[in-house]
Design a protein around this ligand. Structure first.
Ligand code: HAM
Length: 411
């Protein structure tokens, strides 16, 4: 039997209902903050993703040559695509642009629980704002979105300026290598690397930086960095708004485009793959041939949020089963339409079963059955049976619809 590709998942209806319920909550929060949805292609020119990160990233992507000989990649994330779209379509739109997306990404990873080759991100990009208020806004929104999902999480905030202050003697390529080690919390690797490049002196201050819990402690190690006032202002706003966070100067972020504040959130009940959100301030547009535009944003690993939440009961829904004898068939389909038009989930028999078997089947999901036989066909009425009470009576179609609509949702 053919199986699904490695690292992908199938979602059955129960799971899809749970996913959609959480997605709806997130969409609602994004809407309240003024973030409007955008959509970009699932695949892009490979160059869009290698422009910043180099050819090395190809290892981690689904890359293919199309029939026209162009190198393409399935998007490993959405930020670069959104920046490209901004340049192509919206460069002259008044700033700031507040955009959000809910979309799937593809990374060629070693699959495990919480790490997939196809996964979904709920993300936002705030384009064209470069202020402490903008930094604070995206973090507050990240917090609100995660809170709305019901997940239990901790928010960590850092700033690349801290590390960069310590690494200022290095070229940017070397800085990136060191930051990769820090991002992966690979201290052994970092030590070896610094030793090889003759910068062992940095090891103690870099690892001490990771232990700092306040901007003051950081400043003792790095000195006052140029962004000091801005960081204090951003954090001050978050504190004012009661957003709980941990200062984490060790956040380096895996992607290469960040420039300032960076943040991550971790689910409290997950093990290895517990990072459920990542983001920060970044600049990318200039790499795609456009004017530079300060931006910030983040993406929530939607699948990890779902793993963290575990199974939960979907929203209860009223279900109506339409059962009928052969003589009642035409009337039954008309009646079913009336119930659907009232917004009710309505399932009519299509298996040709006898009435008893139809009711047994309907009762697996429905709270009401509408019975239609020869008598109902002739009178134009229906028999409505409440499966919870067992009561049934004959009434006209609109009264039956009204009775079900006003019955309230049942589990
Ligand atoms: P990222 O940290 O690479 O950032 O991904 C964001 C989130 O996606 C991660 O925190 C994680 O929860 C989830 N994620 C990543 N890889 C996988 C995977 N293989 N399986 C399941 N979930 C995964 C970005 O992608 C940036 N574009 C975020 C951003 C937006 N920065 C600025 N704007």
């Amino acid at each position: 039997m053919i199986q699904k590709p490695r690292g992908t998942r199938d979602f059955l209806p129960d799971e899809m209902e749970q996913r959609r319920a959480i997605e709806r909550r997130m969409r609602e929060i994004a809407r309240r903050w003024g973030y409007r949805e955008v959509c970009t292609p699932e695949f892009e020119e490979l160059e869009l993703f290698t422009a910043r990160s180099g050819e090395g990233i190809i290892e981690e992507m689904y890359v293919f040559e199309d029939k026209g000989g162009r190198m393409m990649a399935l998007r490993p994330e959405i930020t670069a695509a959104v920046q490209r779209m901004y340049l192509n379509e919206a460069r002259v739109t008044p700033k700031p642009l507040r955009w959000c997306y809910f979309a799937d990404c593809f990374r060629y990873e070693r699959p495990q629980k919480g790490r997939y080759r196809q996964f979904w991100q709920f993300g936002v990009e705030l384009i064209g704002a470069d202020t402490p208020a903008a930094d604070a806004e995206v973090i507050m929104l990240a917090h609100d979105l995660l809170l709305s999902s019901g997940v239990s999480f901790s928010l960590h905030i850092g700033h690349l300026g801290f590390m960069k202050a310590l690494l200022s003697g290095m070229d940017s390529k070397e800085q990136r290598i060191v930051m990769r080690y820090l991002d992966k919390k690979d201290h052994e690797g970092l030590k070896v690397h610094l030793g090889r490049s003759g910068r062992s002196d940095l090891f103690t201050s870099l690892t001490a930086l990771l232990e700092c819990k306040s901007v003051n402690e950081v400043t003792e190690i790095t000195g006052k960095i140029p962004e000091h006032v801005r960081i204090e202002e951003t954090l001050g706003l978050l504190e004012e708004m009661g957003i709980p966070y941990t200062l984490d100067p060790g956040i380096a972020r895996g992607l290469d485009y960040y420039t300032g504040i960076v943040f991550e959130a971790f689910a409290n009940n997950l093990g290895a793959e517990n990072q459920i959100l990542g983001g920060g301030a970044y600049r990318l547009a200039h790499l795609f041939g456009g004017d530079d535009v300060p931006s910030s944003g983040f993406a929530i690993g939607f699948d990890r949020v779902m793993v963290s939440l575990g199974d939960f009961a979907g929203e209860p829904e009223r279900v109506v089963g339409i059962v009928y004898t052969p003589e009642g068939k035409n009337h039954a389909f008309r009646v079913a339409r009336a119930f659907r038009e009232a917004g009710l989930r309505t399932e009519a028999d299509i298996m040709g079963r006898n009435i008893g078997a139809q009711i047994t089947h309907a009762s697996k999901s429905a709270q009401f059955v509408v019975i239609i036989g020869k008598r109902e066909q002739e009178s134009g009425k229906v028999t409505l049976k409440d499966l919870n009470t067992g009561e049934q009576h004959e009434l006209d179609i609109s009264s039956a619809v009204r009775e079900v609509v006003t019955s309230g949702p049942r589990g």
